[in-house]
Ligand binder design. Sequence first.
Ligand SMILES: [Zn+2]
Length: 244
Amino acid sequence: MFITGTILGSFFNVVGLRLPKNIPFTTSRSACPHCSTPLQARDLIPLFSYLIAKGKCRHCQHSISVTYPLVELITGFLFLVAYLYLGLSWEFAGASLLISLAVIVTVSDFHYMLIPNKLLLFFAATFVIYRTISPLQPWYDSIFGALAGFVIIFLIILVSRGGMGAGDMKLLGTLGILLGFKLTLLTLFLATLIGTVVSLTLLAFKVIGRKDPFPFGPSIVLAAVISYLYGFDLLRFYYDTFFL
Ligand SMILES: [Zn+2]
């Protein structure tokens, strides 16, 4: 499952980089961004190609961004965790969809500070199909989840003027279909927590400046994966701790 994840991760990386620029990601071959030499089969093995070539292009020796193997590694890790936690189940199928969206959003938002509408529409449709086959209890919890994600971030955008964008609003709305009402709220809460901790840490170490835009999409999708896998455990822990 880890290996499958790394292979998918390598594909998601390409989708995240190409989709916002409208480059087809199924037909055109990958090439070295520096010397444009097309990559061959042996350059396309997740993780290993990067390690064997020591992070350099075999032709021009230009160094290749460490984000490529990093995305493959993280995707492999997430698929492994989801599989160990859920086994081969319908819930695992849902987790696979969610992880796919999460990785593509993260790549795209970090590189271009945007989340492509096409991507969200595709996954919104996929989540609707998934929740039609495997509905939440009650089924309309998907609608409440989508509305909650959309409306709450819309209000935050109105009040805060910046910080969050329309992409974040559409993203949480899309995730709401899969997650339902409670887990969508939990996702927003965890995303704010993750986003705040990460951005303050990066500020403290002067990786980013006070004025630098910081993408919120990656925090949202990471929070959504945590909520999907461990959300009800977290909520139970919360109730047991504070409402005994
Ligand atoms: Zn090259």
